[in-house]
Design a protein around this ligand. Structure first.
Ligand code: F6P
Length: 373
């Protein structure tokens, strides 16, 4: 009997999703003679049993295409909006898994998807996940697909903003995505030679940022580029957040039933935080300031060559893993290898930029300010 494989893409879309669908699908069909179906719009499509046959024709011509042919959503199995109400739809999902006679469900996504997939694994489903996110914040993998493309887009933006900042003698703050991790801002800041890089892992002092800009001005450089991650925080805000998190943990300890992991999203306000910071810097330095929020541009369009290769590598390795019957794992990229790691080791953790990371060190050595010293 050939194996029946189900696939879904969940969470924010990302370049390389179609490349990975093609990788899994083609290897599963051609090399391992499996049958492959996709579920539309993430866990919602699985709950509603909206399927699409991933045959040779559907999988053809999608390697270079952005987004996901399956569609995606941020719906969670255990908390889904149905008829205007939040409902736990896990049982319906488990039922559809069996209705489709699946041997395995492949869930492609970032941190949230890993968590949701793990919950389904705990319900007895065979699960494999793949790490996808432009934020690069999934643990135990060197990199997630989508990151390299987004990094290229953000770097090009930093490059382009240089000439206009220089011409107008302005400060330009360029805000990248990244959720609570600073990989995109840091990478694009280093690659594009930003003068200041602000990331969530290194809270900044506004006066120190202003001083770094003023130092440049005194040296005859009357413009500055600030690469800022959407999750970046001032030292003051970081202290407030820490206090809030502490009291939340205390409350949760007293009333564990109310704990809802991953529900808060402080960086939603980041666009406005970056605007506020720009206004402060304008006051403190006397230089005109402007803000460019890169937003969804970073997620759209064709994947880079690196992401296509990574997605093909992980996708095809995933088909081989299914053939060997290894489940309950995320397939991680480690050097040139695709390594299965236990899903339970992945969930609930995020990969942030370590304090001594070589990208940060390199940036400091060329005089980039992180607003902390
Ligand atoms: O998780 C990827 C990401 O791009 C984050 O960097 C960002 O905070 C979030 O998605 C925003 O996406 P959406 O508006 O689609 O929820």
């Amino acid at each position: 009997m050939s194996k029946q494989v189900g696939i879904l893409t969940a969470g924010g879309d990302s370049p390389g999703l179609n490349a990975v669908l093609r990788g899994i699908g083609k290897a599963a069909l051609e090399q391992f003679h499996m049958e492959v179906i996709g579920f539309r719009d993430g866990f919602r499509g699985l709950m509603e049993n909206r399927t699409v046959d991933l045959d040779e024709q559907v999988l053809s011509g999608i390697l270079t295409v952005g987004g996901t042919i399956l569609g995606t959503s941020r719906d969670k199995p255990h908390r889904m909006l149905v008829g205007g109400k939040q409902m736990d739809m896990t049982d319906a999902i488990v039922e559809n898994y069996h209705r489709n006679h699946l041997d395995v469900l492949v869930c492609i996504g970032g941190g949230g998807t890993q968590k949701n997939a793990f919950r389904l694994m705990q319900k007895g489903l065979n699960i494999i996940t793949l790490p996808k996110t432009i934020d690069n914040d999934v643990v135990l993998t060197d990199v997630s697909f989508g990151f390299n493309t987004a990094l290229g887009i953000a770097t090009e933006a930093v490059d382009r903003l240089h000439s206009t900042a220089h011409s107008h003698h302005r400060i330009i703050l360029v805000e990248t995505m990244g959720h609570r991790a600073g990989w995109l801002a840091l990478g694009a800041g280093v690659a594009g030679g930003a003068d200041v890089i602000l990331i969530p892992e290194i809270p900044y002092d506004v006066d120190k940022v202003a001083n770094a800009i003023l130092r440049r001005s005194r040296g005859g450089k009357h413009f500055s580029i600030v690469a800022i991650a959407e999750g970046a925080l001032s030292m003051k805000d970081a202290a407030v957040l820490k206090r809030k998190a502490k009291s939340k943990t205390k409350k949760e300890k007293n009333t564990p039933a109310q704990a809802s992991p991953g529900s808060s999203s402080p960086e939603r306000e980041q666009g406005s935080n970056t605007l506020k910071l720009a206004a402060r810097l304008e006051k403190l330095t006397g230089l005109e300031s402007r803000v460019t929020i890169l937003g969804y541009l970073q997620r759209g369009g064709t994947p880079s060559a690196d992401d296509r290769i990574l997605a093909t590598r992980l996708g095809t390795a995933c088909a081989a893993l299914i053939d060997s019957g290894v489940y309950g794992v995320m397939l991680a990229a480690r050097g040139d290898k695709a390594v299965p790691v236990p899903l339970e080791d992945v969930v609930g953790r995020i990969k942030t930029v370590p304090a001594d990371h070589s990208w940060t060190e390199g940036a400091r050595r060329v005089g980039t300010s992180f607003g902390d010293l």
